[in-house]
Write a protein that binds this ligand. Sequence first.
Ligand SMILES: Cc1cc2nc3c(=O)[nH]c(=O)nc-3n(C[C@H](O)[C@H](O)[C@H](O)COP(=O)(O)O)c2cc1C
Length: 318
Amino acid sequence: MQRTLLIYESKYGATEKIVKYLAPVLGPANYCTTDQFKDSYRDFDFIVIGSPVYSGKLDPEIYNFIENNREWLNDKPLALFSVSLSPEDGMNNLDEISGNIKNTVSKKALGGTLKLSAMTEEDSKALDIFSQQVGFPLKDMDNFNLEEVTSYALELKEIKENLIPPAPQREEFIDKFLTSHNTCTLSTSYQNRVRSTPIEYNYFNGFIYLLSEGGEKFANLPLNNQVSVAVYEDYTGFNNLAGMQITGTSEIISEDTPEYEDVLRMKGLKIDFIKRNPVKMNMIKITISKVEFLYSEFKKLGYEAKQIQNFKKLNFNH
Ligand SMILES: Cc1cc2nc3c(=O)[nH]c(=O)nc-3n(C[C@H](O)[C@H](O)[C@H](O)COP(=O)(O)O)c2cc1C
């Protein structure tokens, strides 16, 4: 499994707080400050370095760390982020250090916080001088933005996923898994309303079809057609993992369309029988945009156990 290491410094806690939001999204992951770094961490596959900005510069320990570890860092995909009140102050520094490291795959300036009462005397003085020089307003400030941080976490997750060497057979395995199972968990949502539904599915022409008498999911789908579908086997052991998370968009297939009839036929259902049914049968079609497949078989073949497949809309290869 691709592992992520986050290395950071944080005198007043904002950068550390951000690291603690990023790490679980990027898991399997670990984090440490520069003095907690261990040589064994060099085995991690994706490195993220986060630094606060003090008086226009990154934390000195971050510069030292990069200087002293340049050799192995040059071989790793590296993401850099800064935490500061002014995004420009962060980005200017990130631009500068990324010029000296080989594989910088992402740079981000995130918002920090300033609480004057928490400041050491030395920092208060430094901040006072600096604020006079650059016209920095000296007051408590909070530019930390959790939505910005979680979006960044997802950006990094996507970068990390693109680093996974693809197993050539992954599409066949995905097809096989979806055709050899018949029950999924469909998740729909609209604002605070979240619904997970265990439901039988059919995988047909690269689409997922669901037939349902009704229920709360139909209150969410017209308002938000984004869905997530999970298909998985019971856990039997760490060497036997099989679970798929699908991201897609949904649409309701009207009962007077040829597609509705095709799907019923494929399911072996008599069209007249369904149409004569005293209650309506509602059909949902899911167009798959992304499959994340954790499957131990990939590992047995020498590939990453978690394989990611992105699909262009309506371009599923069948
Ligand atoms: C001494 C000092 C100097 C600072 N200088 C800058 C600065 O030059 N530019 C800026 O945007 N923010 C500046 N800040 C704000 C910090 O970047 C912000 O407080 C950040 O959240 C600190 O991260 P930390 O909580 O992880 O230590 C400064 C803060 C201190 C304490």
